[in-house]
Design a protein around this ligand. Structure first.
Ligand SMILES: Cc1ncc(COP(=O)(O)O)c(C=O)c1O
Length: 487
């Protein structure tokens, strides 16, 4: 972008922005089954936006300059502690999202081990295959070795025996999900907690997606196992407000068993000429907007309001899961305990990715998840309260899309690509070679094809490391200012 000589008018700005937004995934109306959490309550989103705006310019860097933010954070964390079974000693922090909360859980474990287990020089953390990628990212950023463990291929829960077998003298942290994103099931938290106690290890429960909603599901009569700080052995839990609390993005929390543990999360630096930095979280300068918006929503919706939103989410989920089980050719993976559903084709060769395209053509986003680690390729639905109003239309479209893709001839391009892929050595491929392979699947000039089935089929067939390399090559090409510079 070149700066305009003189500033644009308000009209010009908002016309341009609205045009850009028109090409996006709709964030309201229930079209999205990933990325977006839609309560269906417009007034609540507007209230949150207003609170966000009021605090937009505040800076959480220094809570003594903005005592309002300190107060709001203590109140929001106080709610989280209560919601997640923390005792009077529990302490936490408001963060920008699930990834930051998980990053902090790992950072805390690393510093805790440096103090309490100084003999460990190559720390390890144990991560079941269904745990969120953000834990891998945290291990990568923080230099902790990630030890992956197997899952049960029927229930898709973490395998406790595999975790026990993976513990070594270098282990500093156990992790598990409540619930897992991909299949929406809760790991055996109580049993893993026992392992943590026996081996005197820290144990983080990733409740980013489930922490807020699961206690409401339990109150509505759903069978939800204990997963929070009240479970012996659990030392920290993360929970995102920007998921099932429907807060604007940038809102999560991590809570610890006690303040002594949280202290390891802090970072301070007096080793330069400027102000002394003390950061409880990863960010330093941070807008108070997301915090104020989350606080405002919690207050405005209230406990009964969230119970009602949970009821709508549960009803939509039960209707969708029930219908998926009735559709000939589809199979639900595991027994979803939350509002996250993965389904696959009954028979091998079912055109799953073509089904995602056929649904996209009908206006719905459902998310492909690739095969591996004991899970077959599948399609994922994140269901929220706003889906209750559209579930019948969604299911009618899904039935029609299944009929359509089952009667379509198989994709000849994919067969050829897979044959070609089988002869390649992905461990040794240059970025250019990956881009050429992607171009064969229709990806060119940073643009994805309208129909993604072929490219998804290819990605699904690749080993995970090659999948990562191919997507990195694509994204590295995607973010380019060349086109924008010509304006
Ligand atoms: C279980 C779980 N953990 C962590 C995350 C990462 O959260 P974020 O995208 O807010 O960084 C997600 C996101 O869906 C999740 O479902």
């Amino acid at each position: 972008m070149k700066l305009p000589e003189t500033g644009w008018t308000r009209d010009q700005i908002f016309t341009a922005l609205a045009e850009l937004r028109a090409g996006d995934l709709p964030t309201e109306g229930g079209a999205a089954f990933a990325y977006v959490y839609d309560s269906g309550e417009r007034a609540a989103s507007e209230l949150a936006a207003e609170a966000y705006r009021l605090f937009l310019a505040t800076n959480g860097l220094d809570p003594t300059a903005f005592p309002s933010l300190l107060r709001l954070e203590n109140e929001v964390v106080g709610f989280a502690v209560r919601h997640l079974g923390g005792g009077p000693e529990a302490a936490g922090s408001f963060t920008s999202g699930g990834t930051e909360s998980l990053m902090l859980a790992v950072k805390t474990a690393r510093e805790w081990a440096r103090e309490h287990r100084p003999e460990i020089t190559a720390p390890e953390m144990i991560v079941p295959a269904t745990a969120h990628a953000a834990l891998h990212k945290a291990a990568h950023y923080l230099g902790v070795k990630l030890v992956p463990t197997a899952i049960d291929p029927v229930s898709f829960r973490a395998d406790v025996a595999a975790i026990a077998a993976a513990i070594t003298p270098n282990t500093i942290l156990l992790t598990a999900s409540a619930a897992s994103y991909a299949h929406g099931v809760v790991d055996p938290i109580a049993e893993i907690g026992q392992l943590a106690l026996q081996h005197e290890l820290l144990f983080h429960v990733d409740g980013c997606i489930g922490g807020f909603l699961l206690p409401y599901f339990r109150r509505l009569g759903a069978k939800v196992p204990a997963f929070d700080l009240a479970v012996p052995g659990v030392t920290s839990v993360s929970m995102d407000f920007h998921k099932y609390a429907y807060a604007p993005k940038g809102a999560s929390v991590i809570v610890y068993r006690d303040k002594a543990l949280r202290r390891h999360q802090m970072y301070a630096c007096a080793g330069w000429t400027g102000y002394t930095v003390v950061n409880p979280t990863v960010q330093s300068t941070k807008s108070g907007g997301p915090l104020a918006a989350a606080w405002a929503l919690l207050r405005a919706v209230g406990d009964q309001g969230y119970l009602d939103l949970a009821r709508r989410t549960l009803e939509a989920t039960r209707a969708i899961v029930g219908a998926l089980r009735e559709i000939d050719g589809l199979r639900v993976l595991g027994e979803p305990e939350m509002s996250l559903v993965a389904f696959t084709g009954e028979a091998p060769g079912f055109p799953l990715f073509a089904l995602a395209d056929a649904m996209k053509a009908r206006g719905w986003l459902i998310q492909p998840q690739f095969s591996g680690f004991g899970s077959p390729a599948n399609l994922h639905l994140t269901i929220s309260a706003g889906h209750l109003a559209v579930k019948d239309r969604f299911l009618a479209d899904l039935r029609a899309a299944v009929a359509e893709v089952r009667s379509a001839p198989p994709d000849p391009g994919l067969g050829l690509l897979l044959q070609a892929a089988a002869s390649l050595d992905f461990s040794n491929m240059s970025e250019e070679a990956f881009m050429q392979a992607l171009a064969l699947a229709g990806v060119q000039g940073g643009r994805l094809p309208e129909k993604m089935a072929t490219i998804n089929g290819l990605l699904d067939a690749l080993p995970p490391a090659a999948r990562e390399a191919a997507i990195v090559a694509f994204v590295n090409d995607l973010y380019t200012h060349a086109e924008a510079a010509s304006e």
